[in-house]
Design a protein around this ligand. Structure first.
Ligand SMILES: Cc1cc2nc3c(=O)[nH]c(=O)nc-3n(C[C@H](O)[C@H](O)[C@H](O)COP(=O)(O)OP(=O)(O)OC[C@H]3O[C@@H](n4cnc5c(N)ncnc54)[C@H](O)[C@@H]3O)c2cc1C
Length: 635
């Protein structure tokens, strides 16, 4: 009884929580960071279970529980597949009208720790994601174990926005103007700006007079964190020295240093499900069902989508769509679902015995994302978080009590540097040099040999992790299916560096990175650097172009900014999958609304763009069905 009394005291629970976190972190730290968690399911399960148990006792600002025991049957006006960045917006906006909406999501409700911005680095080891093996060209990923790289895809309410780093940065104006020029009217920057603003509730500080670019009062809170403001102070003299502007990442100009914005509100992650669904949960016409994997879209004789078949708790169900089915399953799973439903490249479908409903060769093609690699620079103490910060009881207590301080700040790049190095329109960035203060940790994916050369001398030291990211690579990959079983993962080939310009641009980017790091402003924060030469490339000379190309072929990775596998295009483009109104070719009653419809990747992190696609798509659908917003009855 006495023990129960002690345990029920909040202070005691906090202390026990601290002890558990400290043990977990010490274990992680000593075993080379996330590597061990990734490789040891037992340790991973123990750390996550312990973390969640104590959070459940001490943390009151956790995410919404959407889970339900009952399947959905019968008929709805709209069925939305996937509750990610896009799906939550679409379900929320369509249910502003009198239409009935069913939202089916394969994953479950977000886990407690996903709400804590600092712990976003732990999300990749949680059950909120699936790891899908992916490949690239022969002469790439040379420093990566088995030359295969697992891609993280969300499987949780909120999708990518529940597990990502919450960087809210819009693409460049020319990204969208280019979409429109490719034959997609209405998708230019001027047409999209009102939709960016509609989503947003901007509460941060801005570096330029760009108020008219920011929305107020939308569901999605966007803020500037204290860490970003500190980083901006460091970069200000560097920018002046190099003649670069400091710009608003969501403002009118797109070249220069851009202190980032994040989707965070009062120290808690703002995911799409928290922002767009939680406030409207009592709508009578909105039914949300997590844990439901859609296996097939159902068509009638006229090739009209009339419903879906889905698996929930091991059983198969069918549900009818009176108006439309909207697929928002993300760049990897949307093409998979289209193909499983008979829409895709004929040969691939026939080989797998899937009856062809519509031959659409572009499904799964045109996979775009950003390739990147990072260099670590040792910096003076005090600028990056340390393991001691993670274990500091005051940090933990202030977060649990008020969601303030260290744990309220996302683990994320703080500064982008958008540059045009490859030519073309000088206002359109093609390289992004992004900066993240970190503690030197083992890098998952790379071979032990690479790890020891590149990170070994910096292990547990304060570092500035500086990445070089290709904003608009010319190489394109693809997503395919290798079986007709909906439980199987898709096959991914990034095919990066297929186009020779890409690796050349990466070399230019790393040379520019070194120029930035050699500036007087940067020297003020740098400590003496250890030798981090990559031995496999040393024979090509001391930091020559040849060395950096070899380095890039060893170190560059694709990232999870993937898009474009169901691209929007006019009918004149044989590889298009959806029309500019996002209707799928060759059938009716079916749209795609998510990152896969982008015609080309945007120059930066894609989440803000996915939100804008979903906002605009919701209006398109309302227009096509003459639906007006109305007062909705409550449950
Ligand atoms: C680790 C990581 C970090 C990232 N960091 C950032 C960042 O900081 N900033 C940024 O801008 N972008 C970031 N991104 C990218 C961003 O999160 C994505 O671009 C965005 O979430 C894509 O939105 P979406 O709606 O297309 O798909 P998702 O958000 O992935 O949602 C798709 C949803 O559909 C569900 N689903 C799939 N198949 C089915 C099915 N058959 N039936 C039912 N449900 C299904 C999935 O479970 C998932 O929840 C990151 C991505 C990852 C993985």
């Amino acid at each position: 009884m006495a023990l129960i009394d002690i345990f029920s005291r909040r202070e005691t629970r906090i202390l026990v929580f601290i002890a558990i976190v400290a043990c977990g972190i010490a274990a992680v730290k000593s075993f080379f960071s996330l590597d061990l968690l990734l490789e040891s399911p037992l340790l991973k399960a123990m750390v996550l279970k312990a973390l969640r148990f104590f959070l459940s006792l001490t943390f009151s600002a956790g995410p919404q529980d959407f889970d339900s025991d009952l399947p959905a049957t019968g008929a709805y006006d709209f069925i939305v597949v996937g509750a990610g960045a896009a799906g939550c917006v679409v379900a929320s906006r369509l249910s502003e009208t009198s239409a009935s909406v069913l939202l089916l999501e394969e994953g479950l409700s977000a886990t407690l720790e996903s709400a804590i911005p600092k712990l976003s680095f732990i999300q990749p080891v949680s059950e909120n994601v699936r790891w899908i093996k992916s490949f690239s060209r022969e002469n790439t990923l040379l420093g990566v174990k088995n030359q295969t790289i697992p891609m993280i895809a969300a499987r949780v309410m909120g999708g990518g926005t529940t597990i990502n780093f919450g960087l809210y940065v819009r693409g460049a104006k020319l990204d969208y103007d280019n979409w429109s020029a490719l034959g997609n009217p209405g998708w230019d920057h001027a047409s999209l700006l009102p939709y960016f603003k509609k989503s947003e509730d901007f509460i941060g500080t801005i570096t330029e007079h760009t108020d008219e670019y920011h929305g107020k009062g939308g569901p999605l809170t966007v803020d500037t964190t204290d860490d970003v403001i500190k980083m901006e102070e460091i970069i200000r003299p560097v920018a002046a020295e190099l003649g670069l502007d400091i710009i608003d990442p969501n403002g009118p100009s797109n070249i220069g240093f851009a202190p980032v914005h994040n989707t965070v509100k009062k120290g808690v992650r703002v995911s799409s499900s928290e922002a767009f669904l939680k406030p409207v949960l009592n709508r009578k016409n909105l039914h949300i069902l997590p844990g439901a994997r859609v296996d097939k879209i159902l068509f009638n004789q006229e090739k009209e989508a009339v419903g879906v078949e889905y698996t929930f708790r091991g059983k198969t169900y069918k549900v009818e769509a009176r108006k439309e089915v909207i697929i928002s399953a993300g760049t990897l799973h949307t093409p998979k679902l289209l193909m499983l439903s008979g829409i895709g490249p004929r040969k691939q479908l026939e080989e797998l015995g899937i009856p062809v409903v519509a031959e659409v060769p572009g499904v799964g093609q045109n996979l775009d994302s950003h390739q990147l690699f990072a260099l670590n620079f040792k910096i003076k103490p005090g600028l990056s978080p340390t393991f001691m910060d993670l274990m500091n009881p005051f940090h933990i207590a202030s977060y649990l009590r008020e969601q303030t301080g260290f744990y309220s700040l996302p683990t994320t790049p703080l500064m982008h540097t958008y540059l045009n190095l490859g030519g073309g329109d000088p206002r359109w960035p093609d390289v992004d040099i992004y900066m993240t203060p970190l503690v030197g940790v083992g890098l998952p994916y790379y071979t032990n040999e690479i790890k020891s050369q590149i990170v070994g001398p910096l292990l547990n030291e304060p570092v500035l992790n500086v990445g070089v990211m290709l904003c608009r690579p010319k190489s394109k990959g693809y997503v395919a299916i290798t079986s007709a079983d909906p439980a199987d993962f898709p096959f991914i080939n990034h095919n990066f560096y297929d186009h020779p310009d890409d690796v050349k641009l990466h070399v230019k980017g790393v040379k520019e990175l070194n120029r930035i790091m050699s500036s007087e402003g940067m020297k003020k924060i740098l400590a003496p650097q250890p030798d981090l030469t990559l031995k496999a490339c040393a024979h090509l000379g001391n930091k020559t172009d040849g060395y950096w190309e070899c380095y890039a072929r060893h170190m560059a990775l694709p990232n999870e900014h993937f898009c474009c596998t169901a691209k929007m295009a006019p009918l004149t483009d044989p590889m298009g999958v959806v029309s500019p109104r996002l209707s799928v070719r060759g059938v009716s009653g079916l749209r795609v609304v998510d990152a896969s419809v982008m015609p080309e990747v945007v120059s930066t992190n894609p989440m803000a763009t996915v939100y804008v696609i979903a906002e605009k798509a919701s209006d398109i659908i309302k227009q096509d069905w003459s639906l007006e917003n109305t007062k909705i009855a409550s449950k």
